[in-house]
Design a protein around this ligand. Structure first.
Ligand code: DGY
Length: 408
């Protein structure tokens, strides 16, 4: 295990571009929002100073309206599309125009609690940044207590089955010529398909044409889906922010209100077929997708017996943790990104929630299964839930980070 610890640290060092860490070299050559938060959590196990630095560089990308973008293009890098020129965001550092799951408050709380003496001043500096980001979510994205995404990339689960309905409204046929770069780094069968990519880009051009104005996007965008993963993650992040607020002696009413709103939203994510699900806000239809995000209820502090039954059922069939899509359902693809593979950091979030809610044994099993996957195959982006085959990018930062903090 010592040897693997050293490998994990080396990956984080090698992916360091000077104050920020890329998810993996080549495929993702900039700072990604939630990747960076996980990475900071991992860095905190051996370099707390560098961990806080990671957080501060993430917030250099924050917009005046509070939004923290999903990519920060600190400096020019080759091999990625769509780069800063395509997003057309008039600020420096250049950024994308959409956000990503707000795990930051949760990771930052963990880093802070590891060394409060050292972290206090950093926590004070970052607290207001977190508040403005969450406030932006509540004002612009929360509908009926659920968090709406305007682009599948915001979910972090790009090609999940959750978006199939919403993406059906997006006409990608007018997108014109472009060259994908992701498929030059990774086997195309492990990535989203061309028809998905045409629509991703169509939605990027749409947002850019709206000048990234949230009101205009909300009015006219063909894609608007309440993402069950986002709702759970934001709710959890608000609970952590509340604990930080208590610690720093800040007012808590606003955060308490957010928590109540999001708790009401969680109930609306309940698909009558018996599981937490995403909802296409344009049609009102549930996605019908039992995904790894459906199992973030414990992480959000919410107990649910039916989800516990689903969890046991899936873990009886799958040896490697919670797959991004249930292998028994139609549309399952073992190696295609978010349509089947197991992701280590999703296992970590699910297990953290289970352990906190007292499901200690199953949390321990998830941890052991994830540990075994990484120890046997290396620090890959994701793995087949059928055979554990490693897939996507290698030497991946968040896989290394969860090894150091949780799985190792
Ligand atoms: C990509 O380019 O595949 C990323 O997931 C977008 O964030």
């Amino acid at each position: 295990a010592d040897k693997i610890d050293r490998q994990a640290k080396r990956i984080l060092r090698n992916n360091d571009r000077g104050g920020y860490t890329v998810p993996t070299s080549g495929l993702y050559p900039y700072q990604w929002n939630w990747d960076s938060a996980f990475t900071a959590w991992g860095l905190a196990t051996f370099d707390i100073k560098r961990a806080w630095f990671e957080i501060h560089t993430l917030f250099t990308g924050q917009w005046d309206n509070g939004m923290v973008p999903h990519i920060i293009f600190h400096k020019r890098a080759d091999g990625y599309f769509p780069g800063p020129d395509v997003w057309g965001v008039p600020r420096v550092p250049h950024t994308s125009g959409i956000t990503q799951p707000p795990v930051a408050a949760t990771m930052i709380r963990a880093i802070y609690e590891q060394d409060k003496r050292y972290g206090r001043v950093h926590m004070e500096l970052v607290y207001g940044r977190l508040i403005s980001w969450h406030r932006w979510f509540m004002a612009n994205r929360v509908e009926d207590g659920m968090v709406a995404i305007t682009h599948p990339w915001e979910s972090g689960r790009d090609n999940a089955v959750d978006w199939d309905g919403g993406m059906g409204n997006v006409d990608g046929s007018g997108v014109g010529d472009y060259t994908r770069r992701d498929t030059a780094h990774v086997d195309p069968d492990m990535r989203p398909k061309k028809e998905d990519y045409d629509r991703y880009l169509t939605m990027v051009y749409y947002g850019r044409d709206c000048g990234w104005d949230e009101g205009q996007i909300r009015e006219g965008s063909p894609f608007r889906v309440a993402d069950v993963g986002m709702t759970f993650i934001l709710l959890r992040a608000c609970r952590d922010l509340l604990m930080i607020a208590h610690d720093l002696d800040h007012l808590t009413d606003e955060i308490e209100g957010w928590i109540r709103t999001l708790e009401a939203g969680v109930a609306r994510h309940w698909n009558p077929d018996g599981f937490y699900d995403s909802i296409d806000l344009r049609s009102g239809d549930f996605s019908g997708s039992l995904s790894s995000a459906s199992f973030l209820n414990w992480y959000a502090g919410i107990e649910n017996d039916q989800m516990a039954i689903h969890l046991h059922d899936i873990l009886d069939r799958v040896e490697f943790g919670v797959p991004s899509f249930d292998p028994r359902r139609e549309g399952f693809e073992p190696l295609r990104y978010w349509r089947g593979p197991v992701w280590g950091m999703m296992n970590a979030l699910i297990a953290i929630g289970l352990e906190e809610q007292g499901h200690v044994q199953i949390a321990a099993k998830l941890r052991k299964d994830t540990q075994r996957l990484i120890a046997e195959h290396g620090f890959f982006e994701y793995f087949s839930p059928v055979e554990g085959t490693p897939a996507g990018g290698g030497a991946f930062s968040w896989t290394a980070a969860i090894w150091l903090t949780w799985a190792g």
